[in-house]
Design a protein around this ligand. Structure first.
Ligand SMILES: C[S@@+](CC[C@H](N)C(=O)[O-])C[C@H]1O[C@@H](n2cnc3c(N)ncnc32)[C@H](O)[C@@H]1O
Length: 201
């Protein structure tokens, strides 16, 4: 049986902070996302139908655990995380629906078939990436998605709004005050325009 959490109370924050001290640029925040931010990330996902979910930068698993709790028994979650210790913790969840890759999300297309993911979630600190890496990350997420799929990314500023608008036709914004620090949530989709719809019939 899969475990809901591998941490006793309070130890997740200490573990996360230690990883931040080791590699502040990649980790990008001093503590894991709050349950409020995690709920905002999961809002409006159709868990009854989602079969393949992908997460970039799951860290200690604050969003991952909530995804697993909501996912169908036959759904799959593929996560890409660069920290070895975070990967060990995620594997220790012992959920057969979860596949953990200790590799950069920027090479996710080597693992996940293009056009197959219902949702891509990301907590990667975009502000610490170069503009080339940022554009590649957004392009990679878009490539993995089904035509109706959604890319959901949080950020502590609105710096990347223009990157999202450049890649997706629909970008909805959410905001969660109850997180340290407060965070914006981008929900990005591609909608077929009228001309494309006509050519599909
Ligand atoms: C801000 S933390 C978010 C952790 C978790 N998603 C949360 O919300 O608490 C960013 C995470 O992204 C990971 N990361 C950074 N760059 C990455 C990359 N290129 N590929 C995969 N993971 C990456 C870091 O190791 C860290 O775990």
């Amino acid at each position: 049986m899969a475990r809901q959490n591998t941490f006793s109370k309070g130890t997740e924050k200490i573990f996360f902070f230690r990883e931040f001290l080791r590699n502040w640029r990649a980790v990008g925040s001093v503590m894991p996302s709050s349950r409020f931010l995690a709920s905002a990330m999961l809002k409006s996902i159709d868990f009854d139908h989602a079969k393949l979910l992908v997460e970039f930068g799951p860290g200690s698993g604050s969003i991952t655990r909530r995804l697993l709790a909501r996912m169908r028994p036959d759904a799959h979650l593929i996560v890409f995380e660069t920290s070895e210790d975070f990967c060990k913790t995620l594997k220790a969840l012992g959920d057969p629906r979860l596949e953990v890759y200790r590799t950069s999300a920027l090479s996710a297309t080597d693992v996940v078939r293009a056009g197959s993911a219902d949702c891509v979630f990301s907590g990667i600190p975009l502000a610490n990436l170069s503009s080339r890496e940022r554009a590649l990350l957004v392009r990679t997420a878009k490539k993995l998605l089904t035509p109706h799929g959604v890319f959901i990314q949080f950020q502590y500023s609105l710096d990347s709004y223009k990157d999202m608008k450049a890649a997706f036709t629909d970008v909805d914004l959410g905001f969660t005050f109850l997180n340290a620090p407060p965070a914006f949530v981008y929900r990005c989709r591609q909608t077929l325009d009228a001309a494309q719809k006509m050519s599909c019939v």
